[in-house]
Structure formats: structure tokens, C-alpha cells
Design a protein around this ligand. Structure first.
Ligand code: CP
Ligand code: NVA
Length: 301
């Protein structure tokens, strides 16, 4: 695998290979077996948005793989003062062995890959969050023992998380149901891809319909990073798009609840549902580390 720009670029086999490698790296880590597979390699991590999990898991992951990670805030890079991404890509390619970037436009990530000569990993854009969804799939498989045929449900904004969950879920053979307000649907490119999976995808604006028979229910914040100005209008639009006990009552028994975090209790998820499923949610957060180490190895070895 050269890059991880979006899950759309990966085949089912590539996704499952990454999950298998992530499971292996996790088991080795738990057994105290070192795996310095990326010794001597350096990852640059460009952040144009905030992060807790992505930053810490990538930096720690590189260290555990024997390599080194550099935190590069766009506030301090010349890119933040207008240096073109094309030039940044060509310069950083001369120093680094890989770049992880969190930014706004998907086009910026694609341009880094086009102009640079090293692997580029997408650590979240407005369009998608592939690393998160690899960890999500890993967590479901860990808890349920399989992915194929399970029902994934997503409630809320048709945002980066919705886009990646739909693509990832469909590719590994899950049924995906999503409930979002009519004005906040997933990206058209994702809906076009979903149309190639007849019988596997269902979209509605009614959360109870989407949650029926779910094996794993996902949600995400109503206002993503960069949408802070829309908070008030979004609170109105998303009222009712909440993961709560009423939704879980129509899901399959033992339905998991997943949240990429950070979570806003009382908005997209109730505090009681969050706490009842905290174990699964923090397994999901932990698996960012293991899934991303698999991505780093696959791209940078
Ligand atoms: N879920 C996620 O990407 O978390 P951070 O924003 O903290 O990196
Ligand atoms: N949709 C959220 C995900 C955060 C991990 C955002 O983009 O802010």
C-alpha cells in the first residue's frame, strides 16, 4: 500500500489485511514482544486541526515501531503562511519517510501524495477519517468475532465519519443503515459508491428505522471541527438524532455502541448509554494505536 488517502482507494482484501496486521501488532504489544519494524524511519505529522487521539496514537505508534515522529503544527509551518502544498510535499519528501496529515480539504491530502514521493496518511479531513474507521472495524471484529453480515448503523451528521463508515462497512460486507437530516446527508461520491452495493445500504431521516436490528450503532458530534459557527443551527437540525436507550431497544441484543470521540453527552449520545458502553468505546480509542501501526507498517516498511 503506497498511501492511505481514503478508504475508497482500498480493496476489501487490503482492509482485512490491515485489520489482521493490527490484531497481530496488538497481541505482540500485549505480550511485551518488541516490533521495531520502522527503525530509523521518521514520520512527519502535520496538524491543521486539534487532536488528542490521532496525535498521541501516531506518535506513540512510531516510537513502538522503532521510528520517530515529528509533530508539525500548521501554525508553525510555512504552509500556514501560504507556502504551496506542492512545495511542502517536495521538501518534506527529502527529509521524511512518511507524512500523516489532518486538515480541512481532502484535495490537500491528495496533492501531498501527488507532489511528494513518500507515503501520505490521512489523519482526518472534512471528507473522511479512514484511520478511525479501520480502528472501528477492528473493534467490532474483536467484540463480535466477524464483520460480514453484521448490521452497522450510524446516527447523525453525514460528515467525515459517516462517509468513512459507509465505505468501510460496505467494503467488508456489512449492512449499513444511516439516519441523518435531509440537509446533512453524506457526500455524493459516497452515496454513488453505496449504490454499487444493492441491498447492503439504507438511508433514512428516522433514527428508529436505521437502528432496527443493529449490531453496532455509531454516532459523532453534531458540529465538527471548523463548523463551530454553525453550532446553534446544528443543535436545532440534529435534535432527535441522539443515540439513547430508545434506539438500543430496537437494536439486536448485545448491540455495541461506538463513538470516535470527543463525545458531547446530552447531544448526540446520552450519558447513560455512553457509560454503559464505555468499555467498547475506549477499546475503540485504544485500537487507533494498533490499527494505525498496521497502516504505518503497510505504507512505510
Ligand atoms: N477520534 C479522533 O480522531 O480523535 P482526535 O480528534 O482526538 O484525534
Ligand atoms: N466529525 C468530527 C470527528 C472528530 C474525530 C470532526 O471532524 O470534528
Amino acid at each position: 500500500m503506497k498511501h492511505l488517502l481514503k478508504l475508497m482507494d482500498l480493496s476489501k482484501e487490503e482492509i482485512l489485511d490491515l485489520l489482521d496486521l493490527a490484531d497481530k501488532l496488538k497481541a505482540e504489544r500485549k505480550a511485551g514482544i518488541p516490533h521495531p519494524i520502522l527503525a530509523g524511519k521518521t514520520l512527519g505529522m502535520i496538524f491543521e486541526k486539534s487532536s488528542t487521539r490521532t496525535r498521541v496514537s501516531f506518535e506513540t505508534g512510531m516510537y513502538q515501531l522503532g521510528g520517530h515522529a515529528l509533530f508539525l503544527s500548521s501554525r508553525d509551518l510555512q504552509i500556514g503562511r501560504g507556502e504551496p502544498v506542492e512545495d511542502t510535499a517536495r521538501v518534506l519528501s527529502r527529509y521524511l519517510d512518511g507524512i500523516m496529515i489532518r486538515t480541512f480539504a481532502q484535495e490537500e491530502v491528495e496533492a501531498l501524495a501527488e507532489y511528494g514521493s513518500i507515503p501520505i496518511i490521512n489523519g482526518l479531513t472534512d471528507f473522511c477519517h479512514p484511520c478511525q474507521v479501520l480502528a472501528d472495524l477492528m473493534t467490532i471484529r474483536e467484540h463480535k468475532g466477524k464483520l460480514e453480515g453484521l448490521n452497522m448503523c450510524y446516527i447523525g451528521d453525514g460528515n467525515n465519519m459517516a462517509n468513512s463508515l459507509i465505505v468501510g462497512g460496505l467494503k467488508v460486507g456489512m449492512h449499513v443503515s444511516i439516519a441523518c437530516p435531509k440537509d446533512y446527508q453524506p457526500d455524493q461520491k459516497v452515496l454513488d459508491l453505496a449504490a454499487q452495493y444493492p441491498g447492503q445500504f439504507f438511508m433514512t431521516d428516522k433514527p428508529l428505522e436505521a437502528a432496527k436490528d443493529a449490531d453496532a450503532i455509531f454516532t459523532d458530534v453534531w458540529a465538527s471541527m471548523g463548523q463551530e459557527d454553525e453550532k446553534a443551527i446544528r443543535e436545532k437540525a440534529f435534535a432527535g438524532y441522539q443515540v439513547n436507550q430508545e434506539l438500543l431497544d430496537v437494536a439486536h441484543a448485545g448491540c455495541m455502541v461506538q463513538h470516535c470521540l470527543p463525545a458531547h453527552r446530552g447531544e448526540e449520545i446520552t450519558a447513560d448509554v455512553f457509560e454503559a458502553h464505555a468499555n467498547e468505546i475506549f477499546d475503540e480509542a485504544e485500537n487507533r494505536l494498533h490499527a494505525q501501526k498496521a497502516v504505518l507498517v503497510a505504507c512505510m516498511k
